[in-house]
Design a protein around this ligand. Sequence first.
Ligand code: A2P
Length: 271
Amino acid sequence: MTTLNNGVPIPQLGLGVFQTPEGEQTVNAVRWALQAGYRHIDTARIYGNEESVGQGMRESGLKRRQIFLTTKLWNDDIRAGRTRQAFEESMDRLGTDYIDLYLIHWPVEGWQKAWEAMEELYTQRRVRAIGVCNFQRHHLEELHSISSLKPVVDQVESSPIFTNQPLIDYAHGELRVDVEAWSPLGGTGTHLLSDPKLAEIGARYGKSAAQVVIRWHLQRGMIVIPKSVHKERIEQNFDVFDFQLSQEDMAAISAMDTGRRVGADPDDFDF
Ligand code: A2P
């Protein structure tokens, strides 16, 4: 458990459901994760699977308050100035009466107004915490200059191939904002997990490449939300609390950084 800068606790490891389609796949992934011990699910309006996330949560048999639930405000809703409505729609689809963490998904035109609306949701206790995604340092600085309410997190791309370390150091240091890693395993379509270096490190701990990478995120103080639709992998990805990577292994993994993003550039994107 990590404590966010507004005092709300968040499980440091959660399940991500990007590219997990509405329907049985998402319902199962969420239910399997919760049964395996996860207590944190990260979705978004644009993933199109909020109904299934809600169903998986209900099928898990856990109480709503035992689960930390994140969803995100999509770009079109930010541009259209319909934060409040989009929030209510997400809640309806999820079948819940509060969200633990509500995030601005990308810094598109109008995000400042959206933040004001999110501040209202927060002061009215409809959400337990609010934050942002894909904010660069300059976005965080602008937010700091216009609002007295800090985001609790910035969710950004980060993995061994694109560590994003300077931004993370800035957020953790001066700002005291937690950072969540998306595509923490390198996302779909990279070969990070088949890199022999990770297998070699993992072999020394009796762990897989994925477990090594998740552990690396945890030890650098990140909140991490790996995605999988496979039961065995979902369980494996949570089995990372019984070993500790050495300083040398931490450094070796960080040294895999290519400086190249896998996903979109927050300063240059067209969606
Ligand atoms: P799948 O859902 O088919 O298991 P990220 O979290 O960085 O977005 O990356 C997730 C990618 O890594 C997905 O393609 C996912 O595929 C795969 N993946 C997740 N966990 C594991 C694991 N333990 N071993 C191998 N691949 C994994």
